[in-house]
Write a protein that binds this ligand. Sequence first.
Ligand SMILES: *Cc1c(COP(=O)(O)O)cnc(C)c1O
Length: 392
Amino acid sequence: MASYAPDRIDPATIDWANLGFSYVKTNGCVKYVWKDGKWNEGELLKDFKVTLDVAATVLHYGQSCFEGLKAFRMKDGKVRVFRPELNARRMIKSCRSLCMAAPPEELFLSAVRRAIEANIDYVPPYGSNGAMYIRPFVFGSGAQVGLSPAKEYIFIVLVIPVGEYYVGGMGAPTKALIKHKLDRAATYGTGQVKMGGNYAPSLGPTLAAKEKGYTVLLFLDSKENKYVDEFATSNFAALTAPDANGKRIYVTPKSTSALASITNRSLCELAALRFGWGVERRRVPWEEVRSGGFEEVAACGTAVIITPVSEIHREVGKPKTSASAKTKTNSSSVWDDDDDEEEDVELDIAKVADQSSKFEGFRQLYDAYRALQTGDLDGWQTYGWLWPEEGI
Ligand SMILES: *Cc1c(COP(=O)(O)O)cnc(C)c1O
């Protein structure tokens, strides 16, 4: 008889159809420690409290990265995870670029399986539209002050049952905002890496944008401010209008500073394989989007799946008045940068989808994608996207 943490949420009391996207206390998470050159056997942490070794962390200088993937209870009653080997490889890439010990692919997969098995009662039932969100993360730990790679790493896999990320999902087109003078990632920086440090800087501006009615921030390339990179949490995807044969083109940016989304990649593959649509991964000038070059625009990622975007507003800086642009000469005021960047902005509003658009193209993709994940799409097995084959 398993013993449970007393403060867990009893799965019998969960309203599966109305899950949002927030933390739920489950049976626990799995934790592995890397020390003296190797990963240990790992353990199930029932109480996700700050453990001693975490408390001993002095400073890991941003050596921290994460992943996000989902498991589904499918039509045959089995639980399977969507393309976890791609997340494992991306996490290895993230760890390498941050000079961290990386969990090998097999360890990643077995940790994911372990976390699911320990929490199998928290996987939303087939037909509920929910999923189990899996959040693996690694960070440098151990007491250390000098600037060098940590000597210890902790790898944790946490799972929670989730519903929709943005309320309304496919049925609720959203507005996005491009901020003036705010970059997400440098052209040759770490945008392609899922590291913690890439996300904290957009938290404040996202909250401020939400207060003004925007759902998400969109970023352009940081060098020229001319090409679309991606949203703060998800990739940018667009569809052209269907041609005479009903074929569309799926267009998504190629950029050295956008994260290579597994959802985006899968949607591209599905668009081509299932619908025979064209796929273009290339530079996408903002002007092409702004001037109505696409019929539909959406944000895509594991958490948001596909979120339709109907309008994108871009902040445009207004030239400084001569009074505020005065040159500083005083030795202490030359160091006073606070007012340098203050600038008024006005909004350039781009309606990137017709207001009456039903997002039919993305709706088709969404339905096929979701059906594939639940085992309702004919031939879902042929894609080889759900692991393990025999199910959990
Ligand atoms: C995680 C993430 C995505 C989506 O990637 P998926 O593999 O589809 O979940 C897109 N952009 C950013 C910035 C992300 O962090």
